[in-house]
Design a protein around this ligand. Sequence first.
Ligand code: SAH
Length: 348
Amino acid sequence: MLIEKLVQKPDTVTYEELVYLLEKDDYTEKLFEAADEVRKRYVGDEVHLRGIIEFSNYCRRHCLYCGIRSENKNIDRYRMTKEEIIERAKRITERGIKTIVLQSGEDPYYTAEMIADIVKSIKKMNVAVTLSLGEREEKDYELWKESGADRYLMRHETASEKLYNFLHPDSSFEMRVKHLKTLKKLGYETGAGCMVGLPGQGPKELALDLIFLRELDADMVGIGPFIPHQDTPLGKEKAGDLKMCLKMIALTRLLIPDSNIPATTAMGSIHPNGRELALKVGANVIMPNLTPAKYKPLYQLYPNKICVFESDMRCIPCMKKMITNLNRKVGTGFGSRKRTDVIHFEKV
Ligand code: SAH
């Protein structure tokens, strides 16, 4: 019954029902099957590759969970130059990758104009450009959109306001939501998402994340386990649980059937088949890490991140193989969200 409701009328599923599904396991198998079917029906068998370049690990923020937080003096910091970033994007697009994702810590060294120039150069390569640079001023987002940027990733991290404010001493949930709404207003395909298994976050808090994502009508949703980093205040906490992450991915697929959902690197970092499992319960995107080999190990948001010692472009053939092994197809287009006739709420 509950699973049928999720498939047929996802907008009517209640907070209490979501808490139940996250707490209990009596419907989990059915949930996973339903999510896989809905994924196939709405976004098909293609898995889209998004080539990510982590171009700077400098960060001005103090997020309690994150290994590149500004207080961490135990890492070497790096910044790629404009030329290096563009050159790297060129090499990636020459391999047929159709989306370039630029990600970094919150690094004001890169002015809005510098990022705009980089976006313009990459757009000439006939690819989609996704930015994931954290919170900036509205006029910066606007300039980058005008320069051709298509998408923006900004996870909401957790929709429990209390937990959010605890984890981000220099910011607030209210502010995060404001940024996400601005990005949507400016016409970005907007990505939100959360970590799973944060200290103090159980089924009740995770259900808030699902409700939040549905109300925001997120175009993309990144979900992955929290993984404690030794050089952060949360270093001694427990990591997120694989099954709970899979349930969150499956529920997201059912609540926003046409969204783009990545099988995240963090999923692959807590379990050898974490990403494959995610692709089987609703995910339809994967993000090969194509940061230059010399910088890769330094972008350490959490420890034991997979593939950081892979040479250069190795992640591309490896992921293509993963996709075909699952009887899925490697995406050939941009893989933008295709709006369907599902009624989406716009309440946030
Ligand atoms: N500065 C950008 C990019 C952040 S890094 C921004 O603010 O959006 C990308 C994501 O890594 C974060 O949104 C967070 O969800 C995730 N992350 C950071 N530290 C983590 C950890 N210890 N375990 C798991 N995921 C983590």
